[in-house]
Structures are given as structure tokens and as C-alpha cells.
Ligand binder design. Sequence first.
Ligand code: FAD
Length: 482
Amino acid sequence: MTDTVILWFRQDFRLNDLPALQAASRDKRRVLPLYILDQDTPGEWVMGGASRWWLHHSLAALAADIKDDGGTLILRRGKSQEVLEEICKSVEATAVYCSRRYEPWASEEEETLHEALSKSDIEFKRYGGTLLHEPGKVMTQSGGPYKVFTPFWRACLELEKSEPLSVPDVSWSDFNKSDDVAAWERLPTSPNWAESWRSYWTPGEDGAQQRLHEFLDESVSRYADERDFPAEDVTSRLSPHLHHGELSPRQVWAMCEQKKLETPASEKAIRKFQAEIGWREFSYHLLHFFPEIPEKAFKENFASFPWQPDRQRLERWQKGQTGYPIVDAGMRELWATGTMHNRIRMVVASFLCKHLLQHWRSGEDWFWDTLVDADMASNGCSWQWVAGSGADAAPYFRIFNPITQGEKFDKKGDYVRQWVPEIAKLPNKYLHKPWEASDEVLDEAKIKLGTDYPEPIVDHKEARQAALDAYEEIKGSSTPSS
Ligand code: FAD
């Protein structure tokens, strides 16, 4: 062993299939594992509340895994560059290795660090592992970036996927100056809105692996047919684990391929699931080539969309008090658990942008703060997709009808009854449109509309027309070709 490399953990909280760790051990260096809490992230991209909760537990799990392997995770708070320079000097480290990040601010930070560290003869190396394929690997025949998912994914499928890496033998290095994760106060206290979250989530690499195995063993065969029904526990719930790098997409891919061999009958369902991982890849691809996507309409004509900012409307949406049960159920599920089913994310996002004419960025911000999987690429691209302004977006006139969406995807009402218990006694016929129930039916269900549960915040038909009228104002203006 010659010198020390700092393994700078950022959003890749695992030891398996971590190319940066593999390289560090391969280079026969002692490895000092470090996480830096740097609160200098630009403005609104500072970690949201739900992500902070996850980070606390994920770091604790990573620290325990490293401890089991004989090392100590060093935790420090401060500016990344300053902390790295200080520790490199103290332990005479000759290199910093990390996994590449793709957020525009993070890429800039990596460039700055590269320059600064090389002045002190410290190597700064970035590795993949967060995506199946690095952005730029998949391009159109003319050499440009894809803007449509299907051909992008078809091209990805053509590429070979390498096998995941196991944990190498590591000679861990130590450093005597570490913070205590509890002192960072990442957990909510008054009120502790995450009190019950440990019953939904197990942050950390073990929790991620367990979830993946459970999903593939118990639910994946039903995925293709039932993934749109929020009351069914059919989707993987892997998104926060993938976002925090507790699991790599390559590991997911390899397990899926293995499962296909074991249970050929599930192949179609597994392929559908793999395509969803593809949407994650596509979001990162878009973020790489169009770094303004989380902040600015991809289709230029949407820059002049006549949004009608209204704090009261936004707050009623955030609190799940719109009077549309499927929307309210989703928003309350989000608050209570830190997640929301994908189908319902689309419904509530469409409702905010189109029925309430609130800017997609206000919804994106709320999700950023409240989702445990809040992800700059997937969140930004998905919001723009629903709003109609994004790459390969849903056509604007596709306005989700919150009543029929509820009736179709929550036919028996289990989802709404779980999250909007005050209307649980309504018969199915009225569950997704309580305002149509007669006084007798409402009395029977012990509901007084406007008191126990709100009247609808807008009339569906009028709101839909207002959205279409608003779109007419920008329809003719120029859009980039895709
Ligand atoms: P599964 O159905 O099991 O899918 C497997 C994995 O594929 C997910 O874990 C996720 O990593 C990926 N994936 C699935 N759908 C998408 C998608 N549409 N776009 C990108 N990746 C996808 N996903 C996030 O990870 N972070 C976000 O901040 C986020 N914000 C969203 C905002 C809106 C308005 C909408 C409509 C969708 C958003 N999504 C986001 C995508 C999707 O809703 C979640 O990834 C999914 O619900 C997570 O649940 P799951 O792990 O059970 O998904």
C-alpha cells in the first residue's frame, strides 16, 4: 500500500457495484470514506425535508456497513472544496475519487474541484455507476440527443450491460475528525412529520436489496397489468433507494435478467419494469443535454403561458383539500409517507397545472420538499411532461379528468378511503364525486360537504375549458423541433 485516496460519497450510499470504490481498491491505495454536508447548493436545490430525513438514515446505514468492513465513515460539514483540501492535506491523500453527479450545479462543482485539486497534485477522478449508460453514450444517428423516449430506449436496449461489481477488499484509512450525524439535525422535530416513516421505508443498502428481492419475488409478475392501480402494492418503491444510490440500476438490471430466466412467464412484466428504469435514464439524459429543464419550459412557447398564481389554491392542493378525492388522497399520501403512486402523481400534477392553472414549478418545488425520491432529473422532466411543456410531453389537451381517473384506477375506492377517511362511508358511486350525492346519501355517510370535506375547488368542466383557452393563447408561438 502506498498512498491514501479519499472516497467521497455524495449520493451513492452503497459498497456493492460502486466503480469509484472498486478503482480505489484496485489502485492499491488506502481508502478514506468521507461524506460532506455542503449546504452551498444553489438556491432552491438545497435538499428538501423528506430527502434530509432519508439522508440521515442512509448515512447511518452506510456508516454501519463500513464499520462492519473495518472502516469508519467520516462525516464533515462545510464547503466541499475546503473540506477536501483540508483532509487531503492532513492525511496526505494523493487522490479523491467519487461517483459523477449530473445536476448542473454538481457538474460545475466537479470542474472547479478538478482544477483546484490538480494545483496541489491531487488526482480527482469521477466514475459512473449511477446510470446504466453515461449521458452521451446514446445519441441519434445524426449525433444529436434524443428528445423522444421510445427511440432513446430502443437504442439503450441495443447496448451491452456489464455485470455489477461486488465489494472489493478494502484497506480502510482512518481520520480522527468526524461529526456525529445526529448533530446535523436532519430529522424533523416539531412537528415530527416523519414519525411513522420507518414503517414504510428502510433506507440503506440492505433495505434497498431487500426491497428489490421482495418486489421481484412477490409483485413483478403483476407489474404490467396492475401498476396503475394505487391501492395495489405492485410497484417496486425502489425510487428513493435508486435516487440515493443505495442500489445501482445495473444491479436492478442484472437481477431482472436473472428473474426472466427463472420465470419466463414474467418476462413481459419485467420488460415493462425495465422500461421504467429507462424513463429514469431518459430524464438524466435530458438533464445532461438540456440542463435548464428543471427550471425552464423545454417548449419555448410555454414561457408565455398565462399561469394564474394563487397562494390559496396552491395551499389547498398541497394540503389535500381540493374536494376532488383522488387528488386529495394523493397529496395526503405524499405528506404521510414521503411518496405517491406514479399514476396519482400524474393526476395531481395535471390538476395543479391545468385545473388550477398554477405553474408546474410550484408543484415541482412542493414535490422537491416532500418526496423521499425527490430527484432533479426525474422530477423536473415529469412535471414538464404532465404540464405539456416538456420533451416528449403528453399533448396539452390531455387533461386528466380527476373523476374518471378515480373511477378507473380506484374503482373499489380502497385508496381514497385509506387517505380521505372522512368520506369513507360514501358508496362507491359517489366516492370520486361527493358533490353529486343527495343530502340523504351524505347524511347516511355522516358528511356535511363544506364542513367535513370541502366542496370542489373548481368545477371540472369549467376548469378544463379555462385550461384549453389558456393554451390557445400560446399555441401558435414557436416550439423547438423534436
Ligand atoms: P416503479 O414503477 O417500480 O418503477 C421503477 C423505477 O423506475 C422507479 O423506482 C424509478 O427510479 C423509475 N421510474 C419509474 N417511472 C419513472 C418516470 N416517469 N420518470 C423517471 N423515472 C421513473 N421519480 C423519481 O424518482 N423522483 C422524482 O422526483 C419524481 N417526480 C415525479 C413527479 C411527477 C409529477 C411524476 C408524474 C412522476 C415523478 N417521478 C419521480 C416518476 C415516478 O412517479 C416515480 O419514479 C415512481 O412513482 C416511483 O415509484 P416506484 O419506485 O414504485 O416505481
